[in-house]
Design a protein around this ligand. Structure first.
Ligand code: NAD
Length: 289
């Protein structure tokens, strides 16, 4: 039997609606809207699309939005000064620096991300937020893995006690996903480029998360009958064609549930960001009372 298709648009609409209701409640209670500032350096076309989508979502949901476009040749000190300014701006409750950064500052990405006030770090990349996630405290958490967990819950897919396998160990997806799944009481294995017999490990999974950035890497023989397969990968395989990390057509005949690409996890990321902005605003405004 073919798998249940977990359509990103259904869950994204639910998360956005949630953010819209909370943004209105914040405006009502404190007299200010939650505010997001996105800094984009240079003119990477993919980044420009992502930033436009974030701005549009804010407008739809009653979230104040500023896009700060800095030139390609921006020096590290200029970018840090802009972050300092936004850290002190009362209208702004969430700050994100769109990655990747141009090459002259890419090597300082850690220093740049650490300059963001952790309370405004809506991407959840600041070490203070990472530490809180690892120790199970309330924290701003990276949007893509957090969106996947919320999707599983909303879809009624049980996590507690399940075997979960993540392929990929990046700071943005794989590692935070490990901690989020563990917090939900899954037994989790993280596979990466040095994992031996990855196919056999993947096949143990009740929940399989593919996040390695290799088109159609996960094939049907690597998936347990009835498993839930979450495809985080976004790979451009032709000028107008995207593929995930999962061989969707074949795997959907084995899996119990699966996210498509495009139209799956990608849509959850911005929707979850909106929730993070609202969460950050509520905490900051509550603290100012
Ligand atoms: P990354 O390149 O930082 O990390 C990839 C990880 O995969 C690494 O840990 C590496 O060890 C592992 N890996 C690479 N080749 C492997 C192999 N052959 N076998 C096992 N593991 C292997 O990538 P990332 O930032 O985590 O992104 C992963 C994918 O998810 C990319 O396609 C990216 O475009 C996509 N992505 C999507 C969203 C979204 O909103 N849907 C967000 C972030 C990333």
């Amino acid at each position: 039997m073919s798998a249940r298709i977990l359509e990103g648009k259904v869950f994204a609409a639910e998360f956005k609606n949630d953010a819209k209701i909370k943004a209105a409640a914040i405006k009502e209670k404190y007299g200010v809207a939650p505010g997001l500032a996105v800094i984009i350096v240079g003119n990477n076309p993919a980044s420009e699309v992502y930033v436009r989508n974030k701005h549009k979502s804010c407008e739809e949901l009653g979230i104040y939005s500023e896009v700060i476009a800095l030139p390609e040749e921006t020096a590290k000190e200029e970018l840090l000064a802009k972050i300092d300014e936004l850290n002190n701006d009362k209208k702004i409750h969430g700050i994100l620096v769109q990655l990747p950064l141009p090459k002259q500052i890419a090597a300082c990405s850690d220093e740049i991300l650490e300059r963001i006030n952790p309370a405004k770090d809506v991407d959840g990349f600041h070490p203070q937020n990472v530490g809180k996630l690892v120790t199970g405290q309330d924290a701003l958490t990276p949007c893509t893995p957090l969106g996947c967990i919320r999707m599983l819950k909303s879809a009624g897919i049980e996590i507690d006690g399940k075997r979960a396998v993540i392929i990929g160990r990046s700071n943005i997806v794989g590692k935070p996903m490990l901690h989020l799944l563990m917090k939900e009481n899954a037994t989790v294995t993280v596979c990466h480029s040095h994992t031996k017999d990855l196919a056999a490990v993947a096949k143990e999974a009740d929940i399989l998360v593919a996040a390695m950035g290799k088109p159609k890497f996960v094939t049907a023989d690597m998936v347990k009958e009835g498993a839930t397969v979450i495809d985080v990968g976004i790979n451009r395989i032709a000028p107008k064609k995207l593929a995930g990390d999962v061989d969707f057509e074949a795997v959907k005949e084995v899996a119990g549930a699966i996210t498509p690409v495009p139209g799956g996890v990608g849509l959850l990321t911005v929707a979850t960001l909106m929730n993070n902005v609202v969460f950050a605003a509520e905490k900051q405004l509550e603290g100012e009372k």
